[in-house]
Design a protein. Structure first.
Length: 66
């Protein structure tokens, strides 16, 4: 009878951890078609001026943005 709260707690933690780890794939904000040679980003349909670099740290210009 004393093990019942412990079993409920363990089941709750297992379900909670399962929900937290099942977030799916992150949404790609810069499609592969817009990258030219992995360093130049060109997308006239994207209104952002700076986008995160595909390789390394930092940002790069959207050369398709006026």
């Amino acid at each position: 009878m004393t093990a019942y709260p412990l079993v409920v707690l363990v089941l709750f933690v297992v379900v909670l951890l399962n929900k937290m780890s099942d977030q799916g794939d992150p949404v790609e904000s810069t499609p592969n078609e817009c990258w030219k040679g992995t360093i130049i980003y060109y997308s006239p349909d994207d209104s952002t001026l700076f986008v995160e670099k595909r390789v390394g740290l930092g940002f790069t210009l959207n050369f398709g943005n006026r």
